[in-house]
Design a protein around this ligand. Sequence first.
Ligand code: SAM
Length: 281
Amino acid sequence: MRLLGPADVRRLAGELGVRPTKKLGQNFVHDPNTVRRIVNGANLTEDDVALEIGPGLGSLTLALLDACKAVVAVEIDPVLASRLEQTAAEQAPAHADRLTVLPADGMRVTAADFAQPPTALVANLPYNVSVPVVLHLLAELPSLKRGLVMVQAEVADRLAARSGSKIYGVPSVKAAWYADVRKAGPVPRAVFWPVPNVDSALVSFVRREEPSTVDRQAVFSLVDAAFAQRRKTLRAALAGWAGSAAVAEQCLVAAGIDPSTRGEQLDVVDFARIAQARTSL
Ligand code: SAM
């Protein structure tokens, strides 16, 4: 198996007439060491079915084929999707039959799209949709037990933030509903073509048991409300969500939370308790 270097990426892009677009977050990795680092960090086993969202020209896909039982690559750009099987056959002939390409939007795939349920998400995600893609997949694919993804560095910080930090917010709490999320190191800009104008970083996650039996959507609506006005106390910020500041206060007290607290001080279990209290009033 040969990984793609700068000359391969340029050749493939030229052959396909690809002009990378910002809209689709098209920054292709042309550094085999980065690709190896991602695949090693994902700790895949021969029983894993890897899910890659946005395989692009196949830089990461090729290394994934070598590391697990099967790879499902979901690519929204039809030109890129149509070339991927050929690239696998040329560069990784021994394992090309492990690849399934879905020409689709990663934000819309459902469990029914997969012949084999994916167990691990490994991807260099399109940056403008990385948070909704990760949250969608964690909600939609219970088979997904862990993952390692490359995202914009600030998004990595936000996804992995713990309560009490300034960057803790909606993505942090929602991701924590599903998984233990950790930062897994920066990635230099020079490994991409074209070079992006933002920094990148890796984030890993391991799914855990959901923190509560309360309806997830009820908790997520509460989280959205709490952070929509993050400088306000929860009593004020949740007035609209609860119907009035008085009812918000009742829910908070019933959940054992001081009503003058701000949302950024609560973890996902606290939010679940408040949502639970709302249903029991
Ligand atoms: N994995 C490749 C690499 O590392 O070189 C390409 C990564 S590039 C940052 C993001 C890729 O995601 C592009 O190929 C782009 O066309 C694709 N993409 C963008 N939005 C998508 C979506 N909603 N669903 C699936 N793929 C998408």
